[in-house]
Design a protein around this ligand. Structure first.
Ligand SMILES: CC(C)(COP(=O)(O)OP(=O)(O)OC[C@H]1O[C@@H](n2cnc3c(N)ncnc32)[C@H](O)[C@@H]1OP(=O)(O)O)[C@@H](O)C(=O)NCCC(=O)NCCS
Length: 163
């Protein structure tokens, strides 16, 4: 498995996939909306092709993970993508990594908690505002859980993490 920065060709190939899985190339958080086609990021690939993608946005001293997807969960792809973005954030002088997830995404919550992220903020009913922009977002999410709220996670970065 290899991790490399996202290229222009990747963006073209991934736009259709992301639009299919997320319903739109726009990622909406309680604080802003991103067109993920314009973001930096990383791709995980093996001999058969792309196995994972992460997109991120750096603003001042914060690096936000906007999307992270492992096409084959449970193989360590998410962990490798996270390691790459953590190094990028430190190189760019960021003090924190942050991301938003939804209340139904227990798999993501477990993943980020196990990687040291802490709960930073809860945005009750944030999905109502998301549905104003992306009306196809369903009322029920993973595991049959009502899809209502957004959660912000944060990981403080320390200089010794530079390698
Ligand atoms: C969340 C997500 C990115 C995690 O990626 P992943 O590649 O499955 O993550 P990893 O494989 O590194 O870790 C997942 C689990 O597999 C285990 N694992 C890692 N490498 C492994 C290996 N080689 N063999 C067996 N298990 C392994 C880890 O211990 C981890 O266990 P945990 O969930 O109990 O912590 C992935 O589940 C995903 O794409 N979800 C859908 C999209 C999504 O929800 N994104 C987040 C939005 S905020």
């Amino acid at each position: 498995m290899q991790i490399r920065p996202l290229t222009g060709d990747d963006r073209t190939a991934l736009t259709g996939w992301v639009t299919h899985t997320a319903g739109s190339p726009v990622a909406v958080t309680p604080l802003c909306a991103y067109d993920i086609r314009e973001l930096d990021g990383f791709v995980a690939a093996d001999v058969d092709g792309i196995t994972g993608v992460l997109t991120c946005a750096v603003e001042r001293q914060t690096c936000e993970i906007v999307t992270i997807d492992a096409l084959q969960p449970g193989r360590g792809i998410g962990a490798m993508l996270l390691d790459s973005v953590r190094k990028l954030a430190v190189q760019r002088g960021c003090k924190r990594l942050t991301l938003f997830t939804t209340n139904d995404n227990l798999q993501a919550q477990r993943f980020f908690e196990r990687h040291g992220f802490r709960l930073a903020a809860l945005y009750p009913d944030a999905m109502d505002a998301v549905r104003q922009i992306k009306p196809k977002v369903p009322a029920t999410g993973d595991n049959g859980i009502p899809l209502r709220d957004m959660i912000r996670y944060e990981l403080k970065l320390r200089r010794p993490e530079i390698s």
